[in-house]
Structure formats: C-alpha cells, structure tokens
Design a protein around this ligand. Sequence first.
Ligand SMILES: C[S@@+](CC[C@H](N)C(=O)[O-])C[C@H]1O[C@@H](n2cnc3c(N)ncnc32)[C@H](O)[C@@H]1O
Length: 223
Amino acid sequence: MELDIITTQDGSLSILNKTLNTSYHSKFGAFQESQHIFINHGFEYVMAAFPGERIHVLEVGFGTGLNALLTLQKAIEKNVIVNYTGIEKYPLPADIKDQISYRHLLPEVEKELYSAVNDSLFETEHVVHPNFSLLKKEIDIADFTPEKPIHLVYFDAFGPGITPDMWQPVIFERLYQSMLTGSALVTFCAQGVFKRLLKTTGFTVETLPGAPGKREMTRAIKP
Ligand SMILES: C[S@@+](CC[C@H](N)C(=O)[O-])C[C@H]1O[C@@H](n2cnc3c(N)ncnc32)[C@H](O)[C@@H]1O
C-alpha cells in the first residue's frame, strides 16, 4: 500500500491511500467528521441509552486511532467505562503513525495516553486508563466474529465502491447478532442500497445530517 499524509480542510491530518486512491477521512475535516459521526451521534447516543453501563465499542477500520482517541477523551470526561475493540486488516507502518500524530488533540495531562492507544501491540488487551481498555485486532472484518455483546459499532470502512467486501450482507448479519437490544451502528455512508440492506438485516435506520461538507450519515439501531 502506498500511503501519503494529507491535511484536511479543518486543519487536521489524514492519510491518502494512493493504491486505492481514497483517504481515511473526509477531505472537509478528519477531526470534525470523527467528532460528528462517531462521538456526537454514536457514543453520546449510547451513553444515554445505557446509563451507568460499561460500554463495548467495536470499530471496523481502526486506521489512525482517531476515533478511539476521541472516545477515550469523552469516556474520561463523562466518567464512563469503555471496552474498545478495533479491527484493522492493514495496521499502519510506524513512520506513518508518527507523522499523523493526533497527540495535540489531548490536554497536556493526557498526552501519554496517546502512545498507549497508538503504539500498543495488537492482539493484547491494554488498560490505557481506568475508564478505557483497548484491544486491537489485525484481522479482515470478513473473518471476525465479535466475542462480547456490543453496545456501539463505529463502521468506518473505506466506501462501498472501494472495498465492497466490507459491505456484504453477511458482515452486517454477524454484527447484528452480536449487538445488544437498543445498541447502535454509525457510519458516514448513507447510500440507499446500504440503508435497505440494514433494514433487511433487522435494524431500524435513521438518516441524520452528515459531518460538515456531507449531506447525510446513517445510524442503525437494533430494536
Ligand atoms: C476509512 S479508513 C479508517 C479510518 C480510521 N477509522 C481512522 O480514524 O483513521 C478504513 C480502514 O479500514 C481498513 N480496512 C480495509 N479493508 C479492511 C478489511 N477487509 N477488514 C478490516 N479493515 C479493513 C483500512 O486499512 C483502513 O484503516
């Protein structure tokens, strides 16, 4: 894979996968996109739906770790305990991880947590903070079956036109089986065919305003 660092319109960095000609985040703003889709419409929603519960988040497409970092921050702020599992088929090489550093997003006191998120080994659960444990798994989503009941899925794959294998019905059927009643799946994708697939799987589908620069996003709830 040929990778390049790019600057998105809100000033935050992202990665361009030159082999697939696609970026890891919206060109309108990596930070804004993650905050809007995954934190505001995902994590905040699930914290309200499961008050006082330990929240199990599953991220499909761990990439730079930006979503994990923002979730860690929010978990500390709200004093919620999170078990976070990140699935990634192609872990980033160290030189790219070092260049993309989102360390500056953290307050001074929490900066050491950045390395715990980004440099921790795959396949081992790490207690990054009393509010946040992290398990990164190097695996193709097609081969993954969740072990713990899930409260929240961050579905942050490349788009359906780029990696159609990540958007097959069997993937969403398997996720659905592992999700708790009332749990949510959030993603940037709002294509009609995808939302119909979610409905056929059993989800209740909501179309929400998209991150800055994008019209819509999707939140699917397991009824
Ligand atoms: C849109 S990017 C993810 C962005 C990431 N959440 C972030 O904030 O940096 C999509 C991610 O899916 C990963 N990926 C591609 N194919 C995959 C597969 N079959 N299974 C799991 N991950 C895959 C890519 O390597 C990439 O990291």
